[in-house]
Design a protein around this ligand. Structure first.
Ligand SMILES: *[C@@H]1O[C@H](CO)[C@@H](O)[C@H](O)[C@H]1NC(C)=O
Length: 432
């Protein structure tokens, strides 16, 4: 999940929220870039070489930063095929009140966003919404924290200390840091769920899994019923994996970041079965940020509506149409995974998780999974630290150690720009 990955360009704010490890990498990366570029008369050219994200342009000899899952891949779609359909103008007098719906369970949820979220799930068929409460958060990372709070509070009298938060390794690198950064008395990170023993836990189930793309179900069974699960479904969309069923777990988290590519809008949503849990999650967000930006909610609603509308306009056979988001993204991801597998084969020193295929109820076709991250392992003897090895080739990735795995494996974003991806692939293919 991942705010999703504390976007690399936001070096300053990333520092504030304590992503110490990745910030170090960002600063190192930025430093390398600055040393290489901001020199004498090259300065002007370098400034022009910054993209709209503030990130440096990628050239065949520059640094490629694939540490974060920054979904810039989608920009081409929203610039091109969608025209003005997702453009939103907000007059100065609008969205001034704190409140969105005082009679709703989540008083800061814009009714229009709730409507579009339900439409989107009905279109894709990936999650049940009937009988679920919809909550909005500042990205799904805030909802993740709200869910931890809701499942652990109020702490029962005579409780046996903080609830253990676990996830099977490899797990998303932000789970440990976000769980522990405030040193809560309610819950604490307890590591790999595979080695966990006990009944007082929250299991984080990320499926498809960040970092390795695995399809997961909860692995812990609670005898007393005290154990709970949070399903992080940020990547359960047809561009990344075949949709094989309509999920109906107690707490399911989603985000526009990975579904439509709008990471910067910072909107996530939760589908929550239990009314009391939903109320406590809503309370957390009230205490934490007094609601969620209405402007962002309206924009997310507009974007999701544009996606669903374009599908409703198309006859089902016209899936090659350039205005269909999931089909566009699926074509991109399929192309990228083919290129990556070819580069890994050409190099001969790497390996990837096995390819998984299945029937997708959304595309009505058998398709291979195209995970948002490559979980790349180095098989070459003598390369003990793959992150360091790739950095020597000016490719910034995230070490397996941050995911509860070893140093011979790294996570690499598959959703960056074509430019960055192509340079990465060319370099990888020639590594010996
Ligand atoms: C506000 O919330 C109530 C209760 O959930 C709901 O019945 C109503 O339709 C909502 N208002 C709007 C404008 O959607």
């Amino acid at each position: 999940m991942a705010s999703r990955d504390q976007a690399g360009s936001l070096v300053a704010s990333a520092g504030r929220i304590g992503m110490v490890a990745s910030v170090t990498i960002n600063l190192a990366a930025l430093g390398l870039y600055l040393r290489g570029r901001f020199l004498g008369n090259r300065e002007k050219k370098a400034v022009a070489a910054l993209t709209s994200t503030g990130k440096p342009r990628v050239t065949p000899d520059s640094l490629v930063n694939l540490d974060h899952g920054d979904p810039t891949m989608f920009e081409e779609f929203w610039r091109g095929a969608m025209g003005e359909q997702a453009t939103l103008v907000i007059p100065g007098w609008q969205t001034m009140s704190y409140f969105s719906n005082l009679s709703g369970l989540c008083w800061f949820l814009e009714p229009g966003l709730e409507r579009e979220v339900r439409r989107l799930h009905r279109l894709v068929g990936n999650a049940a919404t009937e009988g679920y409460h919809v909550l909005v958060g500042t990205g799904s990372m805030q909802l993740f924290q709200a869910a931890l709070y809701a499942l652990c509070s109020p702490a029962p009298v005579g409780s046996d200390g903080p609830v253990s938060v676990v996830s099977p390794a490899p797990y998303y690198s932000s789970y440990p840091s976000v769980t522990d950064f405030l040193n809560s008395g309610l819950y604490r990170w307890a590591g790999d769920a595979n080695t966990f023993d006990g009944d007082n836990y929250i299991e984080l189930v990320c499926s498809p899994n960040n970092p390795d793309g695995g399809i997961r179900e909860s692995i812990l069974k609670s005898e007393s019923g005290k154990g709970k699960a949070i399903h992080d479904l940020a990547y359960y969309w047809p561009q990344y994996t075949p949709i094989t069923g309509m999920l109906a777990h107690d707490i399911m988290l989603f985000t526009v970041s990975k579904s439509t590519g709008h990471a910067g809008t910072r909107i996530g949503w939760a589908l929550v079965k239990d009314r009391e849990v939903a109320q406590r999650m809503s309370k957390y967000i009230e205490l934490n940020t007094i609601g969620v930006s209405k402007d962002s909610q309206l924009r997310a609603a507009k974007i999701i509506a544009a996606v669903v509308d374009s599908y409703e306009r198309q006859p089902s056979a016209a899936t090659g149409d350039a205005s269909l988001l999931f089909h566009f993204a699926l074509r991109q991801m399929t192309r990228r995974w083919k290129a990556l597998r070819a580069a890994v084969a050409a190099s001969g020193i790497f390996s990837l998780p096995d390819e998984v295929a299945g029937f997708c109820t959304f595309t009505k076709d058998t398709m291979t999974a195209n995970p948002p991250f490559a979980w790349l392992r180095c098989e070459k003897e003598g390369v003990e630290d793959l992150e360091g090895f790739l950095r020597e080739h000016k490719i910034i990735t995230r070490s397996g150690t941050k995911f509860g795995a070893d140093r011979k494996v790294v996570r690499i974003s598959m959703v960056d720009t074509d430019e960055a991806f192509n340079v990465f692939i060319d370099r990888l293919a020639t590594m010996q």
